[in-house]
Ligand binder design. Sequence first.
Ligand code: OOG
Ligand code: MG
Length: 262
Amino acid sequence: MKLDTTTIAALAERLENCQMQQQDTTKITDDYPDMDWDDAYAIQDAIRSRKVARGARVIGLKAGLTSHAKMKQMGVTTPVFGFMTDDYAVPDGGECKVSELIHPKVEPEIAFVTKAELRGPGCHIGAVLAATDFVMPGIEVIDSRYRDFKFDLKSVVADNTSAARFVVGGQPMSVSGVDLRTVGIVMEKNGQAVAFGAGAAVLGHPAAAIAMLANHLAERGQCIPAGSLILSGGITEAVAVQAGDNVTLRVQGMGSTSIRFV
Ligand code: OOG
Ligand code: MG
């Protein structure tokens, strides 16, 4: 760790205030170029503690920057991990208020729900599939608190990997009923297909993102609890949205989920 606890607390407050006041900011590595990965996750943890202290419940986790499309779009090379609270959840087909966000974008993802604890190190695709209750379509709404979505990896980790809202739904499916590498997805904005892909775009297999998350948490003495909802990462580039937009994600064999921006 390169930052002291006072600085970590101050940076968590700065980033969370940006989220709550819909204001963007410059990336924190501009001010603290020597901060390390532990500092970045410590800032994210401090944001999580602030939300929990205010009554939010952590209901899930996310992996991000798990596809080449996303890494290329954001100019980075390593996946990152974050958390989701209950107030990020939008009901299937429900509304998302753009006025509560800075510059939202949507991403097509496969969501996993676990039925058993997953603990690294050494977690692998097989262990993830054995611990998965079901998978379903998920649209993540990301909203970087950084100006023009410009960040580096440590800054985006501190900012809870741009997490803002998500919707899941459609037809939940057992992992034995689907090949998650070849499963096709189409994301539509206002009835027009804007992104297409297959599960393998995410680290060769979306379950690999969940395994990576379990191994990442193990380094911090943590695990993925049973009953977690986990977003495995955008399959394609993220697509900007504005008020009036209607977004639907169709996943082969798993129906669709949708969200309306108002
Ligand atoms: C970081 C979050 C990326 C994903 O699914 O790749 C992410 C960002 O692009 O702002 O959630
Ligand atoms: Mg995402």
